[in-house]
Design a protein. Sequence first.
Length: 229
Amino acid sequence: MTRLAVVIGAGGGLGEALSAALLARGDHDRVIRLSRRTDPPVDFTDLASVERAASWLSRQAGDIRLVIDATGFLHDDRFSPERSLRDLDPEHMERAFLINAIGPAMLMKHVLPLLPRDGRCVFATLSARVGSISDNRLGGWHSYRASKAALNQLVRGAAIELGRRHRHAICVALHPGTVDTPLSRPFSKSGLEVRPPSKAAAEVLAVIEGLTEADSGGFFDHKGEPIAF
Ligand SMILES: NC(=O)c1ccc[n+]([C@@H]2O[C@H](COP(=O)([O-])OP(=O)(O)OC[C@H]3O[C@@H](n4cnc5c(N)ncnc54)[C@H](OP(=O)(O)O)[C@@H]3O)[C@@H](O)[C@H]2O)c1
């Protein structure tokens, strides 16, 4: 049976690198790249686009063996990560929750049921270590942190439901490490190990390869180490 891999957010720094790495590896017969600019588009500011894209995916020949959600939002022309509670802005929070939690949740709602019942398959969404509540010792970045924490919780719940119907399916949140992309560029401090997207993509794919069913619902870094929620 034809093996499909799907990358959502394929126009981003990590999404592009992950798509390229998957093509180069050749483990899948077809790598489907979806982004805001593809046909069909996936744009979380139009959540109906998620259901439409999932319906399109359901009509593609083959088994979806891997889905990587590489979407995410940290800053844009209007909003930068908050330094303190004083900077909290409900519109900034709405945007972060929409792109980092609600959009990926809708992806899980519509795409997880498309995974084959038999054999190994993986849904991995890119989260961030700063979404770990127990690891938060610095404060700040409230909207990003809280929306990624929400994402991690949604992944956990989705994995539990998924496991009831798809015994060999795996659903996880992954931290890709600090990667040189438009998302991180304004904030990468000296001292942090900033890696090129190609290296990060290879590491993320190696982590995915090593996941077992027992890991479903978990949160892992780019070395495959579990991150505490
Ligand atoms: N870079 C890092 O250091 C780092 C560290 C920790 C975690 N992460 C996480 O890794 C993931 C990828 O980040 P990146 O560094 O590759 O950032 P990026 O280059 O800014 O890419 C962001 C991605 O989000 C997608 N996106 C933005 N707004 C969207 C919307 N309204 N609807 C649907 N998709 C939307 C973009 O989709 P299009 O394809 O449509 O452009 C793009 O693929 C994010 O979840 C980020 O939080 C990154």
